[in-house]
Ligand binder design. Sequence first.
Ligand code: NG6
Ligand code: CA
Length: 502
Amino acid sequence: MKSKVLYFSASLLALNAFAVTGKNKPNIVIILADDLGYGDVSAYGCKTIHTPNLDKLANEGVRFTQGYATSATSTPSRYGMLTGMYPWKNKDAKILPGDAPLLISEKQYTLPKMMQDAGYVTAAIGKWHLGMGDGNVNWNKTVKPGAKEIGFDYSNLIAATNDRTPTVYVENGKVVGLDPNDPLEVSYKDNFPCEPTALTHPEMLKMHWSHGHNQSIHNGIPRIGYQKGGKSALWVDEDMADYFTGIAKKFLTENKNKPFFMYFGLHQPHVPRAPHSRFVGSSGMGPRGDAILEADWSVGEIINHLEKLGLLENTLVVFSSDNGPVLNDGYNDQAVELVGDHKPAGPLRGGKYSLFEAGTRIPFVVYWKGKVKPMVSDALVCQLDFMASIAALIKQPLKGDFDSQNILPALLGKNKNGRTDLVIEANGKLAYRAGNWALIPPYKGPKRNLTGNELGNLAEGGLYDLKADLGQQHNVSSKNRKKYEKMYKRFLGITKGYTELK
Ligand code: NG6
Ligand code: CA
């Protein structure tokens, strides 16, 4: 009897403790699209595509006109967001193959570890692209270290990108649905004997490649990288949105009584664009537009689910993209032919892979029902700052040196004092934003890559007054030599010791 009473009061105590530590902590949901451009969301001014669910967040939250990713490609961008450190400080933070080892050191403090320390349940769902395993992965065993080791209690991921092998879902380090009698093997060096590739078996393709993407074929789509076996575990691209949206909803339902942090990486509109048949033809712009509408649907599902669970007023939702837009990223999917008047980068110059604005300036929305007032903010904000800003929000002390800055009031729309400056990265090269100005140091290299996007290699360097010239049409570096040199000096002061990633 006594032990029962003890047990009863202990659980009351536990409940009470939960009420104090747990109840008032807002949940955090970060939704990151893949290659979605500044002009791809109708709330950002485009009239060529209609994204009602993203618009709801943008129009009822804080819509940032100067929101940035740290990098113009996925891996470094995600690294910056999750570690609070500039990605160019880690020489390995560049586009990773599907069999790359975990990029973030297990010793590194991360945003999800901070959330765990604050009592949150954490999840990473969807696109990963930060490496998993030790560089010599056996996909038929538990793959580690991975998301768990850097702070995610639960994970359900694609290892890299939807155009790279392995084309399987990895849940908590285990390939989902794998048959032990049909082991999965992956290689980024050599093909496996007798396995078809896009070069040897073009007749197997339902989607054709234009550059890269001519190795293993799965689901009629040629990929980067080779793989063999694991047939029962291979994903169906057209079902991926339903799969991950379902996983996210399940995580939210199961953790509705705890404070949670969910990082949801959408795979759209990255190539290969293979949306579910429900969305095929919905945009009139071919697979790229249809994939954007599928992503919009997915975001709507998550928001509606939070509402259904009664959690919307206690959940801070961030929506953004890992880098800027691209039309032809290696497949002939009519993105270029069907784009019409649509401008994926909006008024900005460049796109994915670019040091020009459209490489890193992306849709960036903070939505918190009842807590954040609708507004448009021109504060300079970056995904790098989530770590220090969320630390401030949940009153979790952040020890150590981070590039992440606490700009919480700006993120919540309470003021417009964002960062004063920011270093951005593209293809291992750096550029600098400060105030209204964008500085691109002198770089050798091609004007464009195979996608047709401008990279921002300017032999003489560039200086742009974004207030007067948002589209970066007028390089004023010679006219404003003093300004250029002053900014360049400040840029070198921040990036000293950095040598271009090879
Ligand atoms: C490039 C791929 C591109 C895309 C990109 C990563 C080729 C020719 N191009 O190497 O298709 O996969 O890597 O994109 O292979 S990201 O958004 O994940 O950074
Ligand atoms: Ca991307």
